[in-house]
Design a protein around this ligand. Structure first.
Ligand code: FES
Length: 315
């Protein structure tokens, strides 16, 4: 490469590899022989492509098209690769560059100018700067509000207590009291303590499923001999797995089924889970029938309803 083509800058010409540089030489010891061999492959490639053209024009058999084109491209490609591998300068080459960064004095001058001019511009609009800073500050504080509010009201005792009390009258969602004649065996209804059937929070924690299993008293567990008079048995409707309403009753198998993950609770056996992920039985509400034949709670639930949580002591 001649000197007149060399790139020049204010810092002087960049070094360029000379044609006599050893890196510019071919890789093979006998370039002439390599050139002839490569030429042979290229000629074969030309022939293959030429035959393909003739076959296409003459409408020869399809296999002649494929073979001629395949061989032609193969030899052309082989020749091209060999050319690059054996006859091109082998390098390695590295390109010299001038340093791109500014001098230290220049950088410091630019920094000083930026600081000074920015300061002047902002000081010139001191009131706007103050208002902008105030706006961002208040926004930062106000942005916390939705996060706090979204936590909702404190749960209070709702994790451990329901509104069921000793003597609570059982009513359905419309406030109708449940009488001993309300259900036949196999019947099921969701009940609440009277006075709480319209209360949203009560509907969440107090909901209880009442099933009439039979006409005679039912003993679901040792110590619960009086809890299910005349075959009426009541269990919390909150699934002990994740709190879904356990509202499906499989009458033949006498199972309560949770629709969310198919936990199944045996109503004859204290609502012990027989299948699914629920870890513990549904709490049972002890019942009695008053003098007028209406169903009432003997006592509140004897344990928290719903899924387990960190402070639970009952199983
Ligand atoms: S919530 Fe009932 S099985 Fe998951």
């Amino acid at each position: 490469m001649s000197d007149e083509h060399q790139e020049t800058t204010s810092e002087g010409p960049l070094p360029v590899a000379s044609i006599d540089d050893p890196h510019m030489r071919e890789a093979v010891g006998n370039p002439r022989r390599a050139e002839n061999s490569i030429a042979l492959f290229l000629v074969l490639g030309i022939l293959g492509v030429g035959v393909f053209g003739a076959a296409y024009v003459q409408n020869w058999k399809p296999w002649t098209l494929g073979v001629s084109l395949g061989l032609g491209l193969f030899f052309l490609g082989f020749g091209l690769s060999a050319w690059g591998k054996y006859l091109m300068p082998q390098g390695p080459f590295s390109e010299a560059r001038h340093a791109l960064h500014s001098a230290r004095a220049e950088r410091e001058a630019i920094s000083a100018a930026l600081v000074e001019r920015t300061g002047v511009v902002i000081r010139r609009r001191g009131m706007l700067g103050g208002l902008l800073a105030t706006g961002f500050g208040i926004f930062g504080i106000v942005a916390i509000f939705p996060g706090l509010r979204s936590l909702g009201p404190l749960p209070g005792l709702t994790l451990t207590k329901t509104n069921w009390r000793r003597g609570s009258l059982l009513v359905d969602a419309n406030g109708r009291a449940i009488h001993r004649d309300t259900l036949d065996p196999g019947g099921i209804v969701t009940v609440f303590p009277a006075g709480y059937e319209d209360n949203t929070q009560s509907q969440a924690v107090d909901q209880t499923v009442l099933i009439r299993v039979q006409f005679t008293d039912l003993v679901t567990e040792k110590g619960r001999a009086t809890w299910a008079p005349e075959g009426y048995v009541a269990y919390s409707k909150l699934c002990t797995h994740a709190g879904c309403p356990v509202g499906l009753y499989e009458r033949q198998l006498r199972l309560l089924v949770c629709p969310c993950h198919q936990s199944m609770f045996n109503i004859d056996d204290g609502a012990v889970p027989e299948f699914g992920p629920a870890p513990r039985p549904l709490p049972q509400l002890p019942l009695y029938i008053d003098a007028l034949g209406f169903l009432r709670a003997q006592a509140p639930y004897d344990q928290p309803v719903g899924p387990g949580y960190w402070e639970r002591t009952t199983t």
